[in-house]
Design a protein around this ligand. Sequence first.
Ligand code: FDA
Length: 307
Amino acid sequence: MSLFRNILLWCSENNWLKSNLPRYGFVKKAVKKFMPGESSLEALNAAKNLQRHHIPTVFTKLGENITSLLEASATTGHYIKLLEDIEKEKIDSEVSVKLTQIGFDLSVEETFKNLSKITAKSASLGKMVWIDMERSGYTQASIDFYKRILAEYPNTGLCIQAYLYRSEKDITGLIELKGNIRLVKGAYKESETTAIKLKKSVDENYYKLACILLKGVKEKKIRAAFATHDLGLIERISAEALRTGVTKEQYEFQMLYGIRSNDQKLMTEKGIRLRTLISYGESWYAWYLRRLAERPANLWFVIKNIF
Ligand code: FDA
């Protein structure tokens, strides 16, 4: 399993595959399982559908490591227009942004200006902006950046990855600053000195960090989002919340569009707060390969599409 995971994660970073694989129809067809389409209109329609089932959403336009500031500013404009559409459609949706999608590799100052624009627009609508966490080479810089943006915009949250050894210290520090946190297991190829390799140990660390976060929710009133499809963990986190007197309204779970869709509906029906992250856009290759790596059984779905 872990060999498959490593091969898929290697493919996600390979430039030749990145520019050639997305051209094949069967790959495009397989991607549909995880995203409603490439356009924001298709994403908005999917959100309206989920809203009918009382499921709120988060949008993310796919793309990372852009190479020009013009592109960064176009993406910023795209998110602001999307927020206007969210307002017009009156849907309960937020946005989630990758820092390298709005210029982080090129200029931290320009990235700050870009994110400030998106965050200011979100704040005017009473909404949150989430910041994704990319590979570990970006972790420290992303946390430093987040602290800066949080000081001006409390309506921001940062993703923290449970597979990193450093995350307990990071979460504890961010809670002190009243940072809002989305906890994930982690999706990138990392070295064993940086990240926990054994899946069972990642799961245990996730639970340990979740308990720290629940305490933060209670004491600091921060917003905590547990982004996982792991039903066992969801049950344990819900039980710990109940035990410690954190109410269902004070925390939420997040899942990806197309994964455990029935469970998403069932959880919502039971009154558990759940938000679905909808990804869209043309730059889906690396992101899609990371989804395959999370569950190599998904490869059968691609193979079925070839035939
Ligand atoms: P785990 O991988 O153990 O899966 C539990 C079960 O869920 C599986 O047994 C399977 O049934 C189902 N499942 C999980 N993934 C599946 C898939 N791809 N296809 C089909 N079934 C699947 N990562 C990151 O590094 N930075 C980030 O910013 C984010 N952001 C983010 C936001 C949101 C809302 C979510 C849900 C996830 C992320 N991630 C992320 C991805 C995260 O790190 C992780 O890779 C995935 O969520 C898979 O891990 P699980 O916690 O679901 O557990």
